[in-house]
Write a protein that binds this ligand. Structure first.
Ligand SMILES: Nc1ncnc2c1ncn2[C@@H]1O[C@H](COP(=O)(O)OP(=O)(O)O)[C@@H](O)[C@H]1O
Ligand SMILES: [Mg+2]
Length: 584
């Protein structure tokens, strides 16, 4: 059934007074009518034909004394107060074109203004039944099989706000908002919607362990849950323990972690280490009888190798002596003493239990086909036994290696997706929660974060071609790589109080939307400005809450201080946990 069309029989609210590319200024004659208009309201301006209306969003409502009028006319008279001499203006930004009849079809709406509004054309406030009719047209344009329900429009709480799910994920999206504004809830709501599809495929990088409540087995839970192994999981890994063995790291990632670039021997250390790793990988391929791989692999290829024997060989070179010039004497070998510091850094990392998920992986992760199994786990959709929604908990990963670990994880998955036969790829979305922690602005990045940026910027730029999308989530948009944010085509901008963050968000939005973004600090919790190519009309939307909610990390200080006593045993146990580096 086609939607009802808007019709405007009553008096217009005003007339077009001036126009620049995207903005119109509307002059309002009836001062009473101006009181009905609020920022965020929609205005329909009569277009070139009777059926066509240009739709705009109110950015500013002003009432000014008309000084110019008063000055010319009232020059000789007594200058008394002239209450009537005021000018009422509405400034609005053009967003699209509405047709009450589109050929033989019913009403339609499309983005972009088809024509420029003409001076003196009547402008109508869209309200009441017209608003309902207009909102109906907005949702009718997203086919049901693509509809991603987000919530309800703030200007019409009865109207459901739907985005085009294809477009939302196709070219990366971002969820931005101050802490407590509702980002995690929004992420959970999106996952929940995706989970209703038969073959969804989303991997969520969870930095605080907030999303463990979405795991299958929890109340209303559905997601597959993994946790990067902590020191307590090394001896007896749990089924959900995730290891990222050292051999997944490519040359640069490994060296970023191990090399001290200020050491004068750094270039030699890098060269020798890389050479030994390459040899060790070759040896493994020979043992596995992987002739074809052996013919073309590189030192960056993820092939299991024996790190212990690499260390032994480094030791040998570091202590090597060779025959001297005179018979019976010897002297230091070429690398003698030059590798000592590198070896001790490597040893320290290998022995540090916090890095166990990298350097002390269980035996089975050394099996040649282990990576195949992991790739299948993480890139599979709901059609296999596990859920296509996967939560990966990074909460126990030491902060200094977080960028490296996150980027290795993302890179390996992306590389697998890249090398997959195009027709067999299923699209996958990587949700980067708390992105400012590992995807900083490049100028502020240390060596490890720069590596992570290289990986993620590559995904941001090329991911679309391989069906690999990013959903960037952050409370500090001004601290997130601009390159990555500017590749995002859809934004859910929740309340943002910090001015720097607001301008970071505005800087990646289209210019004409800057006025709409002015309300960012005033939004309610769970309320957002949604804009991008997935939604026809950039809108203020009250987002739906998920059924399975993320764990709340917010403590009610005042209430708990009045109700709850501390627990000395728990404090003592925490000290032991700290010593053991295991959360009991
Ligand atoms: N869509 C929503 N509607 C109503 N309340 C919400 C909504 N989203 C979040 N909240 C409330 O706000 C709190 C903080 O949300 P959360 O998603 O954890 O914020 P953030 O991740 O941005 O720090 C939640 O505990 C919840 O009570
Ligand atoms: Mg959060």
């Amino acid at each position: 059934m086609p939607n009802a069309a808007m019709s405007f029989e009553s008096e217009p609210i005003g007339r077009v007074m001036s126009v620049d590319t995207m903005r119109v200024f509307i002059h309002v004659d009836d001062h009473e009518l101006l009181k009905q208009v609020m920022v965020g309201n929609l205005i329909a301006i009569q277009g070139a034909t009777g059926h066509q209306f240009l739709i705009s969003i109110v950015e500013r409502v002003t009432r000014l004394p008309s000084d110019s009028l008063a000055a010319t006319e009232g020059a000789e008279e007594e200058a008394g107060p002239q209450a009537e001499e005021i000018q009422d203006t509405i400034r609005a930004v053009l967003v699209g074109t509405y047709r009450s009849k589109d050929g033989a079809g019913g009403p339609s709406f499309k983005r972009g203004a088809d024509s420029c509004p003409q001076i003196d054309q009547p402008a109508h406030l869209i309200q009441g039944t017209n608003l309902t009719a207009f909102m109906g047209v907005l949702s009718q344009d997203v086919p049901t099989d693509k509809a991603l329900k987000l919530g309800h429009f703030a200007i019409d709480p009865t109207a459901q706000a739907v985005a085009d799910g294809d477009r939302f994920f196709q070219r990366h999206a971002a969820i931005l908002g101050s802490t407590g504004s509702g980002k995690s809830y929004t992420v959970a709501a999106l996952l929940e919607r995706a989970n209703t599809l038969n073959h969804s495929n989303i991997i969520l990088l969870d930095m605080h362990g907030e999303y463990a409540s979405l795991a299958k087995g929890q109340k209303n839970g559905y997601a597959a849950y993994f946790k990067v192994a902590g020191p307590g999981d090394l001896a007896k890994p749990k089924p959900e323990s995730l290891f990222l063995p050292y051999w997944l790291l490519n040359r640069d990632e490994m060296l970023t972690m191990l090399l001290d670039r200020t050491d004068q021997n750094a270039p030699n250390q890098a060269m020798i280490f890389t050479g030994l790793v390459g040899e060790s990988k070759r040896k493994r391929l020979q043992e596995e009888k992987m002739k074809e791989v052996e013919a073309t692999f590189t030192v960056d290829s993820p092939i299991p190798y024996d790190l212990a024997s690499v260390v032994t060989e480094l030791d040998r070179l570091d202590n090597e002596r060779e025959p001297g010039a005179r018979a019976g004497t010897d002297r230091k070998g070429e690398w003698n003493g030059k590798l000592t510091r590198f070896i001790s850094r490597l040893r320290a990392k290998i022995e540090d239990r916090r890095y166990g998920f990298l350097f002390q992986p269980p035996k089975e992760s050394n099996v040649y086909t282990w990576l195949q199994g992991q790739a299948v786990t993480f890139l599979s959709t709901t059609c296999t036994t596990a859920s296509g929604i996967k939560v990966v908990d990074f909460s126990e990963v030491p902060a200094d290696v977080l960028p490296t670990v996150v980027s290795v994880f993302a890179r390996v998955l992306y590389d697998v997706q890249f090398w997959m036969q195009a027709s067999s790829r299923t699209p996958v979305c990587l949700v980067c929660d708390e992105a400012h922690l590992y995807l900083p602005v490049r100028a502020d990045a240390d060596a490890a974060s720069k590596r992570a940026l290289d990986t993620f910027e590559r995904i941001a730029k090329e991911g679309r071609k391989y069906g690999f999308a990013l959903l960037v989530v952050s409370q500090r948009p001004s601290d997130v790589s601009r390159t990555i944010l500017s590749q995002c085509n859809n934004f859910i901008a929740l309340r943002l109080t910090n001015e720097q963050d607001q301008s970071a968000v505005k800087s990646v939005m289209p210019d004409s939307m800057a006025g709409i973004a002015d309300v960012l600090p005033l939004l309610d919790i769970g309320e957002a400005i949604v804009l991008g190519d997935s939604i026809l009309l950039p809108s203020r939307i009250k987002l739906d809450k998920p059924v399975a909610t993320p764990l709340s990390l917010t403590k009610n200080f005042w209430r708990e201080w009045s109700e709850k006593c501390s627990n000395a045993d728990a404090i003592r146990a925490a000290v032991e946990n700290l010593r053991r580096q295991v959360k009991a």
